[in-house]
Write a protein that binds this ligand. Structure first.
Ligand SMILES: [Mg+2]
Length: 393
């Protein structure tokens, strides 16, 4: 029987702030951007959640509901450092760690009992190390599958552990509200409650024909998850299918210099992650979301797989120019994704220019890993400094 744990840091951004400034303890705290921009809550402390504050809520609304909360702008560098420490701790225990973001991961503990004792003890040791070394609490769910482990960790928050015994998965899920199931969003919930399905147990018993009619391809997944069935394996981060970065502007823009600078920065981040994973990409996709929320994506395939920031950026820029010439409207979000990833070096010789760029990029990676991403800026990203102050959480 598999033993999979889902480990999730509690109120991550707020916890990191509190570890640095204990005076924030016990107070409603919100991490987000500036109140006057159109930022949203990135993370709310449990005290703030008690007032109804939630991640994703506009900061102005949060401030109206809970003006006494401490509003922090947040520091992405600190959260990234804490995240690196977190994944370092997990990697000390098991080889298979699957990140689900900066602050949560699945780990496969199957077969590790002889080394560390029962899964619950291992989760407890991991939690202690997180507390000792990063100064924050984590919650853990343990079960025979990913989906049940994730539900268990969310129920154990904050600072808890819930283990679901093999065979008890269905019974564990049955009384819970639908939205506890990771694949049920607001829309799915509305459709289900309209026909009197309010719990995961009721969903587990819903007729397959009804689910197929209402949810099409999603029906089987809903049925399986509601029944605690999930055979997905824990997959290490070594094999990403794609790497992407996107950013929403504080103000919609059509400023070419600013758009290009942002795209350049995102390309550098994507390139750095490609190289960190020892990968090259053949497909590059640009994403634009306009002020009216219409989104478009445009892709291009390279002749040779590349790991070079400049190549990613150049293709992204061309795709952007083409897209903007077809639809010249204010842009709200820009993103870049690379996919069709392959491993390591190419077989044929690189031309001299590409080789130089590869060496340069790797040197920059080394400096950035030591001193932070902002330690080196390329000329093309300089307009970002003059531009709107971006918030990325
Ligand atoms: Mg978390």
């Amino acid at each position: 029987m598999r033993r999979i744990a889902h480990i999730d840091l509690d109120a991550f951004f707020v916890s990191v702030e509190r570890a640095l400034n204990p005076e924030l303890s016990g107070k409603p705290v919100v991490v987000g951007g500036h109140l006057d921009a159109r930022g949203v809550v990135s993370c709310a402390s449990y005290e703030a959640r008690a007032y109804g504050l939630r991640a994703g809520m506009p900061l102005t609304t949060a401030h109206r509901i809970c003006p006494q909360a401490v509003f922090l702008r947040g520091s992405f560098d600190r959260y990234r450092d804490a995240s690196v420490e977190f994944f370092g701790i997990l990697a000390d225990f098991v080889p298979d760690v699957e990140p689900l973001g900066l602050d949560e991961a699945y780990i496969d503990l199957t077969g590790f009992e002889s080394l560390y004792g029962p899964a619950r003890e291992t989760a407890s040791k991991i939690k202690s190390r997180i507390k000792d070394e990063i100064g924050i609490t984590a919650s853990a769910g343990i079960a025979s599958s990913k989906v049940v482990a994730k539900v268990a960790s969310s129920l154990s928050k904050p600072d808890g552990i819930i283990e679901v015994a093999p065979g008890a998965e269905r019974e564990f899920l049955a009384p819970l509200p639908l939205t506890k199931l990771p694949c049920v969003g607001d829309k799915t919930e509305r459709v289900l409650t309209a026909v009197g399905i309010n719990t995961i147990g009721q969903l587990a018993e819903a007729p397959p024909s009804f689910l197929r009619q209402s949810f099409g391809a999603m029906a089987e997944l809903l049925h399986r998850y509601a029944n605690g069935i999930d055979e997905r394996k824990v997959q290490g981060p070594s094999s990403p299918k794609s790497i992407s970065r996107e950013t929403t502007f504080a103000r919609d823009t059509l400023d070419r210099r600013f758009l290009q600078a942002t795209l350049r920065r995102l390309s550098e981040e994507v390139g750095a992650e490609l190289r960190a994973n020892g990968k090259r990409a053949r497909c590059i996709t640009l994403k634009l979301r306009y002020a009216d929320f219409k989104s478009i994506t445009r892709s291009q395939t390279l002749n040779e797989a590349s790991e070079v920031d400049q190549a990613i950026f150049e293709v992204g820029r061309e795709l952007m120019e083409k897209a903007l010439s077809q639809r010249h409207k204010l842009v709200r979000l820009i993103g870049i994704r690379v996919s069709s990833l392959s491993q390591g070096k190419q077989l044929n010789m690189l031309d001299a220019k590409t080789e130089r760029l590869e060496c340069l990029n790797r040197a920059i990676d080394r400096i950035r890993s030591k001193y932070g991403f902002a330690a080196i800026e390329s000329g093309q990203t300089l307009p970002l400094r003059e531009g709107i102050d971006q918030q990325k959480c």
